[in-house]
Write a protein that binds this ligand. Sequence first.
Ligand SMILES: Nc1ncnc2c1ncn2[C@@H]1O[C@H](COP(=O)(O)OP(=O)(O)OP(=O)(O)O)[C@@H](O)[C@H]1O
Length: 573
Amino acid sequence: MSRLLNTSRHRHFLAKVWALTKPYWTTSEERWSAWALLITIISMSLLMVYFTVLLNEWNGKFYNALQELDLEAFWSLIGYFSILASIYIFFAVLQYYLTAWLKIRWRRWLTNVYFDRWLDNKTYYLMELRHDESDNPDQRISEDIDRFTDNTLSLSLGLLRSLVSLASFSVILWHLSTAVTFNLGDTEIAIPGFMLWAALLYAVIGSVITHYVGRRLISLNFTQQRYEANFRFSMARLRENSERIALYGGEETEKHFLRQRFTMVWRNFMSIMNTQKYLVGFTSAYSQAAIIFPILIAAPAYFGGAMQLGGLMRVVNAFGRVQDALSWFVDNYAALAAWRSVVDRLTTMNENMAQLTPPNLREKQHFDTTAHAIDLNNVTLGLPDGRSLINIDHLRLDPGQHTLITAPSGTGKSVLFRTLAGIWPWWEGQIERSEQLMFLPQSPYLPIGTLREALIYPERTTDQTDQALKALLKACRLDALAERLDDYDHWAQQLSPGEQQRLAFARALLKAPEWLFLDEATSALDMDTERALYELLAERLPDTTRVSIAHRDSLGAFHEHTLNLSDFKTPSP
Ligand SMILES: Nc1ncnc2c1ncn2[C@@H]1O[C@H](COP(=O)(O)OP(=O)(O)OP(=O)(O)O)[C@@H](O)[C@H]1O
């Protein structure tokens, strides 16, 4: 059974929509102003429907005046129309403005909620680690939330307007239908509400055919959004890695990858076009036929003299309104299909974010950040695929016990650091550690911004004077940067790896943590600078305990203890 009409799926879908909608409208701090805006918008919609009813009556009077060549009535009706139309235009503009305002407020709120969910508890990192099926969270947050708020508001307000319009014009059409009769042989047949039934039948047939023609659009739209995001992301990656790609001369291969990604975009788009072509064809034919259909039905009554021109025009107008309202589904099919895929994408992202830590692992983890030493008991570090990497029965590092960790590449040194940092979910056992840990990775992260912001990251402000910051940069052998604290740049692209590592050292000196973990944090430096920086650490941070990972023996001089992680390696099966 198809997706949109299947009732249990349908209900499930509405439950998803409700889950996404509910927080803003029931618990958010903006809910009262949002409701006030919504009620105003709804009132305006209803008023606008009322105006269309008045215009329908005007139609009758106006065409009768034309038929009767009544010039005085003609001019007074033109005046009346101008007033009605002016008020209608005013409400239409106001309604647009208030709806757009409500939409952007809702989007702003929801985007902030997603920022929190995505960035709290290292969720963004875990999603990347697990190659989560919520592809492209950036696109979901930027585009899908926009489409969700837009479609939810415009579709539901449109539906409401259609229902009210349907109710009002059904009554009018019912009354006007009394004049429409048939002659079957010698007997005259009058079916009560005949025009209404005709409009109903017309719309039902139209909706069923539309659904049949356009149902593939739902999954096609879903896929299109994913392909577009993948395509954009690959270009963003190219920009981020421009230098490395340029050095390899990888342009042709990159073009090939980009073309591959874009091929997916356009192929899927061709499928959408093909489906949409039939849909547009049908909906156009459907709306064109709707102009003639009521005239054909009411024509016998008009030519038979049972109805004046004004009556005929009112019937045609009312039929158009009823049929329009009933065609809400037909007219909005493409928007409904897009809405459905947006709701699915946001819901899967929510579900994936909520289930990020494997519950069976979490039960076996005990992580205590109240101690001052670092104490590991019965700890097993594993990989996402379930394999275990390292078994540590017992390991204790006391404050002041500077330690150098060595082991061949791939043993799990970085995994141990990630676990101690609390960002690696695949481990079991018991870990006690201080809360004041700082990690310097091999390649530090530098935000795009001023050099001062890059230096104090992740803090946003500092109580240090510019003089002190400059002195610090000089002490870290970054004299040339000392005068550029206010320069705004993409520092990760501008600074050499060695300069970036020196900047990270300056950060550590600012932060002065209890424990400092350095993961090959001096790999890009010459021996002399490496020694100078470690000496600076020892001199300026006497209370900070250093734990370093390094492949070079040169660091041995700055650590009293050496830990060979190979001793803990889990034997290969
Ligand atoms: N996100 C991940 N998903 C799957 N496997 C991973 C992931 N991160 C690390 N590994 C695997 O875990 C093992 C240990 O990796 P880790 O980076 O800790 O090694 P290392 O000892 O620090 O090596 P190196 O000295 O080269 O930096 C490697 O085999 C690596 O492939």
